[in-house]
Write a protein that binds this ligand. Structure first.
Ligand code: LLP
Length: 384
């Protein structure tokens, strides 16, 4: 909910921009940190969800580590001040340059996604006379029951090492003098709202941990990834139920006293803390459709165009009483540049302010320069 003060401030700022509610972000982070502490669970923030500097500053301050998927993210995590021994590096396509730089920085661990990658990390670590800590990302073939574009843990997905390749993975680990195996890693998908899915994941994690231990490996880290979803239909339901989420892992994982459980949360931590604020450029009333044309488009928030993702859309100028249905579109030369079809709204006029809610995760970071658009600006709640 935006206050009248927020809205009158927005009227004086050049649109479009992302508005960050830093108080809500802080509340979300503290709630998550407290819930994790109860079980002694470790949280690494999945930086890909949002690497806005003010956001990262708060996340670092709460004591979380960083889950990175590129050399750029590892570099940024170090610059921002995340402890190097709390940085993990995942991704199916780590380049030699990225691996070398992560080795030079002595990050906590590589989450390795193929046998060939294991061989390359071993070789590059040997060149530096180092031992690289590695966790094996296993594809557990667990259906996350989410949008197929953001499912990652099925046999047909490119992520992780498949179960039938584990014997040869174990062989490679045994003969690689410059690798130190520390554990196993999973990530089955994103925007998971059915927590039952995580029970199935726990069953598989237990099986795979046992498989490695039976072969003489010590599994110190059980990294179960991220994926906890948020309620896009109800942005006021702002803080996800971290207690219920962590409890599932406490109840269903077989955790030894010597083991650490790691999580990689992105969306659940930052998703509700930002909105994309945009101004109405034009109203086009057609025979079949009425269009609201905003000054923000898919270049600022790509999720609706890319995944047909739902984001709640609010007219901040006219209130909540609806009388019209509009397709809410952006200015980009693509028909998919649409934030919502037949959306119920108050009668809308040129100059009205619109908020597209729950845009804190995979919003600003996925902005593009397509159509040579200006870089998107940010406004923070503590500046108002
Ligand atoms: N760990 C790994 C290995 C991942 O690949 C991801 C997300 C995460 C953790 C964090 O997942 P989260 O907790 O945020 O669900 N752009 C898409 C989402 C892509 C997610 C990619 N991987 C979207 O806008 O919905």
């Amino acid at each position: 909910m935006f206050s009248d003060k927020d809205i009158s401030h927005f009227a004086n700022v050049e649109t479009p921009f992302y508005h960050y509610d830093l108080t809500l972000l802080q509340k979300t982070l503290s709630t998550c940190a407290d819930a994790a502490k109860l079980y002694n669970f470790h949280v690494h923030y999945a930086m890909k969800a949002n690497f806005n500097p003010r956001v990262l500053e708060k996340i670092k301050a709460v004591g979380f580590g960083a889950d990175c998927v590129s050399g750029g993210e590892v570099k940024k995590a170090i610059e921002v001040g995340f402890a190097k021994d709390q940085i993990v590096f995942a991704g199916v396509g780590k380049s030699d340059k990225e691996i070398n730089s992560a080795l030079d920085n002595d990050i906590f661990c590589f989450n390795v996604e193929s046998i060939q990658e294991l061989e390359v990390i071993n070789e590059l670590a040997a060149n530096k006379n180092k031992k690289a800590r590695v966790a094996i990302r296993i594809n557990p073939n667990v259906d996350a029951h989410t949008h197929h574009n953001i499912t990652t843990g099925l046999d047909e997905n490119k992520f992780g090492i498949n179960s039938w390749d584990l014997p040869s993975c174990a062989e490679t680990l045994k003969k690689s003098a410059n690798l130190e195996f520390i554990g196993i890693h999973f990530h089955i998908g994103s925007q998971i709202t059915n927590l039952e899915v995580y029970k199935n994941l726990c069953v598989r994690v237990n099986e795979f941990a046992q498989w490695f231990e039976e072969r003489g490996f010590i599994v110190k880290v059980l990294n179960v990834g991220g994926g906890l979803g948020i309620d896009y239909h109800n942005p006021e339901q702002q803080v996800p139920d971290f207690s219920a989420y962590f409890k599932i892992f406490s109840d269903f994982l077989e955790i030894k006293a010597s083991q650490e459980v790691h999580f990689e949360l992105g969306r659940a931590l930052v998703g509700q803390c930002a909105s994309l604020i945009s101004k109405v450029l034009y109203i086009k009333n057609g025979k079949k459709k009425n269009f609201v044309v905003l000054d923000a488009g898919m270049t600022e928030l790509m999720r609706p165009a890319l995944y047909q993702a739902y984001h709640k859309i609010e007219n901040l100028t006219r209130g909540t009483e609806t009388s019209m249905k509009y397709d809410i579109v952006g200015p980009i030369c693509e028909s998919t540049d649409c934030f919502g079809k037949e959306v119920e709204q108050p009668e809308t006029f040129r100059g009205d302010l619109y908020a597209i809610r729950s845009a804190g995760a995979y919003g600003e970071v996925m902005a593009s320069k397509y159509n040579l658009r200006d870089e998107i600006r940010s406004v923070y709640s503590d500046q108002i």
